[in-house]
Design a protein around this ligand. Structure first.
Ligand code: AMP
Ligand code: GLY
Length: 428
């Protein structure tokens, strides 16, 4: 079976690795920059912009591609699924119209409101900066300011945390196009991802990502510095009822999209905030999370290639989706200065990774050594019977890397987990 993976990050390396566990799968890849790990797995690689649809479609046709797995959001926004499906290549990923659940935050909030879907925070959609500034000025509480479009996870500014009112106004003034203002939610965040075949959703283990650049959740927001999962696939600060509610919200989204003529298939990513007033939706993504994909796909014991076939034919059941009952900890190494002023072109040397799984991201091979580029470099996933065991494995591998890169030491530690639990207890 010939499967094309679109995207070149750590997430896509995890997707490619999981697909390649099926010996009958031949992998093809399209990516903007050469991913060291994916290159080793793929029969053939096309290096090009992930939004260059004519080139990607031609490459897929020339190579007799049978299925495509879209890893990243920008090709979804460009309509890659519509383009590939018009030449009869079924895709794991939504059409351009259904991907608006991620690519247009205004569309997402309106859909939730019109279909009376639980968990929508109070929000205000503003057409431009002037309207947003007027609202910020007349509103009392803290607001969160978001451009409606894609920002690589770095476009959100939170009043009372990252900016004061004047800072919020200054930020809103810089944004071109529509702006969403939302009530500031306080709670613990978690990610729930599901495989979706148009009507059926099969959930994956809950994950907690860490957006902030530095230990103790300080510093600017990043694409994600690392993440963990627990052996029971739950998180200790999310009850079974709360998890079921989050899943119910995702089912309602898929139903609402189908009802409006845009059936959803692919991976649906829900980012939730567990608050004192229940589960609230931060956002949906139309693809796996990066790093979250690395956690869950390292645990997947069933065949991702078979899941691809089932998603695209609308015949997915829970029988095709099984995960190991283990904890995982993922730690991303990033170039010094990331995300604000990342330094690129520095050699890094990976030492003894001691049982950790390595996923390459934005790193290039030059003269036989690995050098950093401007985005996240590579990640290690530790897997163990306990969170502690998984953390130790990921930590040792991360500490073995030499070069001007850094990572968060606190991700997956017992100390951080205890803080999360205490925070939730205090809020309840
Ligand atoms: P996003 O780009 O939508 O994933 O948002 C990035 C980060 O901003 C999230 O991971 C949250 O930590 C934070 N955030 C987004 N929306 C809100 C909100 N309404 N209240 C509090 N924090 C938020
Ligand atoms: N880890 C967050 C994201 O992929 O958007």
């Amino acid at each position: 079976m010939k499967i094309l993976v679109v995207g070149g990050g750590g997430r896509e390396h995890a997707i490619a690795s999981a697909l390649a566990r099926n010996r009958k799968t031949a992998l093809y890849s399209v990516m903007a920059k050469k991913n060291y790990g994916i290159s080793k797995l793929a029969e053939k690689v096309l290096l090009c912009r992930e939004t260059d649809l004519p080139r990607i479609v031609a490459f897929a046709q020339e190579n007799g591609i049978e299925y495509a797995f879209i890893g990243s959001e920008s090709p979804l926004e460009a309509g890659i699924v519509d383009a590939l499906e018009s030449v009869n290549i079924p895709c794991v990923g939504p059409t351009k119209a259904a991907a608006r659940i991620e690519t247009d935050k205004g569309f997402c909030r309106r859909l939730m409101e019109e279909h009376q879907i639980d968990g929508c925070p109070k929000y205000r959609l503003c057409q431009n900066s002037a309207e947003a500034i007027a609202f910020i000025n007349e509103h009392d509480g803290d607001l969160v300011i978001k451009p409606v479009g894609l920002t690589g996870g770095k476009g959100v500014k939170i009043m009372g945390e990252q900016v004061d009112r004047a800072g919020a106004i200054a930020y809103a003034a810089q944004i071109k196009g529509s702006i969403i203002l939302e009530e500031r939610l306080i709670g613990e965040e978690f990610t729930l991802q599901a495989f979706v075949d148009g009507t059926h959703l099969i959930p994956m283990p809950l994950v907690q990502d860490h957006k902030r650049a530095f230990d103790g959740d300080t510093g600017p927001n990043t694409g994600g510095m690392g993440s963990y999962t627990m052996p029971d696939h739950m998180l200790p600060f999310v009850t079974k009822t709360e998890c079921a509610r989050a899943f119910g919200i995702m089912q309602a989204i898929v139903e609402a999209l189908a009802r409006t003529g845009h059936p959803y298939k692919g991976i649906l990513y829900g980012q939730f905030m567990n608050t004192a007033k229940g589960i609230k939706v931060i956002e949906f993504n139309a693809r796996f999370g990066d790093p979250e994909a690395m956690n869950v796909l390292s645990l997947l014991t069933s065949d991702l290639s078979e899941i691809v076939v089932r998603i695209t034919s609308g015949t997915l059941t829970s029988a095709q989706v099984t995960f190991e009952k283990k904890a995982t900890v993922c730690k991303y190494l990033v170039p010094e200065g990331y995300p604000d002023a990342p330094h690129a072109g520095d050699p890094v040397h990976v030492g003894d990774t001691n049982g950790a799984i390595t996923y390459y991201a934005n790193a290039e091979e030059r003269d036989g050594s690995l050098v950093t580029l401007t985005s996240r470099t590579l990640a290690f996933v530790g897997k163990g019977d306990t969170l502690e065991a998984a953390e130790r494995i990921a930590e040792r591998a991360a500490a073995s890397v030499r070069g001007p890169v850094r990572y968060r030491k606190d991700i997956g530690t017992d100390e951080l987990l205890k803080q999360r639990i205490a925070h939730m207890k205090e809020l309840r």
